[in-house]
Design a protein around this ligand. Structure first.
Ligand SMILES: CC(C)(COP(=O)(O)OP(=O)(O)OC[C@H]1O[C@@H](n2cnc3c(N)ncnc32)[C@H](O)[C@@H]1OP(=O)(O)O)[C@@H](O)C(=O)NCCC(=O)NCCS
Length: 435
């Protein structure tokens, strides 16, 4: 088959918003009433966006356009994720958060996503702004082939109104001192406060992903026509000692059944810098008048909220794959995070898509949990597909438990366990925010 560069890979400018919107509406068929092409300015980072442009004449039935249609697109945001730091600390690592991935239905399964993914990962590498890429997958089967591993779960907890939350006395007493108030989004002041609380919470929350500062004021844009009868989003803010220490972004939906209030509360983001703040926020969330249940998204598999409420039998719990991570620069990524224990292993990394990663790396972690990682000719202790390192990177899903599903070969007995223990965090990660 002849090699062809059709369709053409291009950068995007604001003049492309109409054809970006055409493609996006066709791929996702989630039309947002009231949204215009120019509104994409608030949602897309054009610095990271690339697209595939169809070449050739218009097809029968197509209206003529100034510019040829787009048949594929991706973009990304400058984000960060909280991962294990040296020993028992946490650290924040920048990630390139892939988003807006779509291929026109006429052009799917012809290798176009594969072309875009190679372009994306090579550009992340060339820009060298971050060593790790992340994403949410629309379907779990797509991204493993591109070297991504699922690093955290999104646990959805549903609690009944008035759920009793039993926490240790010290936490409960401190929660009494947390001040809460509610504001309506989106306002400049509300978004700024949300972003402050978002960053404060992420510093202490394993798995937390933060949105870029540059989008703090636009991320929660409201489209009144699309919102329809629903209420505006509300923001519940928590303060301790005069500082913002947590928040919940929520929307209630009114419902009555047989003269009985059955409203629901959907909490898309709930984050806290400490346990008393979390307890105070959830106490308030389960006590809204005229509601019967509250759903909390992006929680963790060992969430304190679940245990305060009585454990998995007392809450309705569902789990989904959340953040997928991909090491774009293996030695840099492995030294940017910290480790729970000393470790010294030679890794043979397999990475067909990012060949600069493929080869042998000696990962040496000292007793303080700090690593060096350098190219080596030594005999490997274990061979790992790059996706295995991505899945274990966040400290939640252990490397050892994922060898059966992602692959990996141990050459030196004990090497998997040694690396696995060093990479593992003490707590379970939280699901990532949507992006
Ligand atoms: C998912 C999507 C991007 C795939 O694009 P595509 O151009 O068809 O993908 P490719 O042709 O490059 O496929 C590459 C490989 O992934 C596989 N693949 C693609 N989409 C898949 C899916 N949804 N489930 C399982 N495998 C999938 C292909 O079968 C192919 O496998 P192969 O290498 O073994 O032949 C496209 O179908 C789409 O836009 N879907 C709707 C929007 C969406 O889900 N976007 C992803 C957002 S996270």
């Amino acid at each position: 088959m002849p090699v062809t560069d059709d369709p053409r890979l291009i950068d995007l400018t604001p003049e492309d918003y109409p054809r970006i919107k055409d493609l996006d509406d066709t791929v996702w068929f989630e039309v947002v009433p009231g949204q215009t092409p120019e509104d994409l300015r608030d949602h897309l980072d054009l610095r990271h966006a690339r697209a595939l442009e169809r070449t050739g004449e218009p097809l029968p039935g197509e209206a003529p356009t100034d510019r040829p249609p787009l048949v594929g697109i991706y973009s990304a945001y400058d984000m960060a994720v909280t991962v294990p730091g040296p020993r028992d600390t946490l650290t924040r690592v920048p990630i390139d958060g892939l988003t807006w991935v779509g291929i026109h239905p006429d052009h799917r399964r012809k290798g176009l996503l594969t072309r875009l993914m190679k372009d994306h990962l090579h550009r992340v590498h060339d820009r060298a702004e971050c060593a790790v890429a992340g994403l949410h997958a629309s379907e779990a089967a797509i991204y493993g082939r591109f070297g991504y591993g699922c690093s955290s779960l999104d646990v959805k907890l549903t609690l009944g109104r008035g759920a009793e939350l039993t926490a240790p006395p010290a936490v409960a007493e401190a929660a009494d001192g947390v001040q809460l108030h509610m504001v309506t989004l989106p306002t400049e002041q509300g978004m700024a406060a949300l972003h402050e609380a978002h960053l404060a919470s992420a510093a202490t929350t394993l798995g937390a992903v933060t949105r870029p500062d540059a989008m703090a004021l636009t991320w929660w844009r409201d489209y009144p026509k699309a919102r329809g009868e629903k209420e505006k989003r509300r923001l519940l803010l928590a303060r301790r000692d005069g500082r913002l220490t947590g928040y919940a972004a929520l929307r209630r939906e009114s419902k009555w059944d047989d003269a009985t209030p059955q409203g629901t509360v959907q909490v898309v983001e709930l984050a806290a810098a400490d346990d008393p703040t979390l307890l105070a926020l959830v106490r308030r969330l389960v006590s809204f008048d005229l509601t019967s249940k509250v759903t909390l998204w992006s929680r963790s598999v060992d969430d304190p909220v679940m245990w305060w409420a009585g454990g998995p039998r007392s809450v309705d719990l569902r789990a989904y794959d959340s953040l997928w991570l991909r090491l774009v620069d293996v030695p840099r990524a492995l030294t940017e995070r910290g480790y729970a224990a000393a470790c010294d292993v030679v890794l043979e990394v397999e990475d067909a898509l990012c060949p600069w990663n493929a080869g042998r790396w000696r990962l040496a972690v000292d007793t303080d949990g700090r690593a060096t990682c350098a190219s080596t000719d030594e005999v490997p202790d274990l061979t790992v597909p790059v996706a295995l390192l991505g899945a274990a990177y966040g400290g939640g899903r252990s490397l050892a438990s994922q060898v059966p599903t992602l692959g990996g070969t141990e050459h030196t007995p004990g090497a998997v366990r040694q690396l696995s223990r060093a990479m593992r965090a003490d707590t379970e990660p939280y699901g990532a925010i949507g992006f």
